[in-house]
Design a binder for this molecule. Structure first.
Ligand code: NAP
Length: 255
């Protein structure tokens, strides 16, 4: 039995991605903090296809020890695809940002993603037909005012994942690494970014995709051999592209 891991599957893009991968007959390991939401999603997925094996794990991935513990707990499953989607944003100027929230954001968006990617690469680099998809953002290629720190975390995700993709290709690895870079998408992201109970996208955000549309783009990226799947911030078209950041291979002289 093969599995697809999706972090941050209790809402938004991760939730819809779980439905999209289930429609492809994929067994899933779903991770987030809200057990009840994961249970509801599991019931829905089982109704759609009772043959699927759906495993849920309640984990706060912003705590480093939990990240290692979680990976260890699923080590015996054969994982064909790993999707690091869990993440959140924050809208505030750097001088005014809530540093407790920022610390958690750095732990989740950067640290957990790096640890999980590295462990997956260590175990699966040579395994045929495996993929790792890390969810960045349009803000991983363009700095957005009042979201400087969030964008910096996503610049990290983009640079790390594009670099990983280059490294794997250079080593002749079987594993493919890819970056999904959504633009505004209607999810719980909006309200979490501004610490509000509700956030209405319609009428406030000029253009946005639904989470279901974004899960469709995730599948397009999954099916392609390109490294980057990015939403054009002006036209909102989804584009599959080669790595965007410059990359150099190290020579003896550089070392
Ligand atoms: P969302 O609806 O808020 O989903 C975020 C997911 O991450 C939830 O399932 C949440 O579940 C999980 N999560 C949050 N903190 C966690 C933690 N400490 N440990 C484990 N899981 C945690 O927002 P979304 O838009 O779908 O976000 C998915 C990804 O897309 C994020 O990486 C985000 O940065 C990126 N993105 C979003 C947009 C956008 O406009 N929506 C644009 C560009 C990029 P729990 O709360 O249950 O833990």
């Amino acid at each position: 039995m093969k599995y697809t891991v999706i972090t941050g599957a209790s809402s938004g893009i991760g939730y819809e991605t779980a439905l999209a991968f289930a429609s492809r007959g994929k067994n899933l390991i779903l991770v987030a903090r809200r057990t009840e939401e994961l249970e509801k999603l599991k019931s829905k997925l089982t109704e759609i296809n009772s043959e699927l094996d759906i495993i849920i794990r309640t984990v706060d991935l912003s705590v480093t020890a939990n990240v290692y513990e979680f990976y260890e707990s699923i080590r015996n499953y054969q994982i064909e695809t790993w999707i690091n989607n869990a993440g959140f944003g924050n809208f505030a100027s750097v001088g005014e940002q809530n540093l407790n929230k920022i610390e958690t954001m750095l732990h989740l968006n950067i640290e957990a993603l790096t640890i999980l990617s590295s462990l997956y690469v260590r175990d699966y680099a040579k395994v045929e037909e495996t993929q790792i998809i890390n969810v960045s953002s349009g803000g991983g290629y363009l700095i957005v005012a009042d979201a400087v720190t969030y964008c910096a975390t996503k610049f990290y995700v983009s640079a790390f994942t594009e670099g990983l993709a280059q490294e794997l290709k250079g080593n002749g690895a079987a594993l493919q690494a890819k970056v999904l870079a959504p633009a505004a998408t209607e999810t719980e992201f909006g309200k979490r970014s501004i610490d509000a109970d509700e956030f209405q996208y319609e009428g406030v955000v000029p253009k946005f995709h639904t989470a279901k549309e974004m899960a469709g783009f995730m599948l397009e990226l999954y099916d392609s051999t390109k490294v980057v799947g990015i939403v054009n911030g002006e036209t909102y078209e989804f584009q599959l592209r080669d790595p965007i950041y410059p990359y150099v291979t190290r020579t003896r002289k550089d070392a």
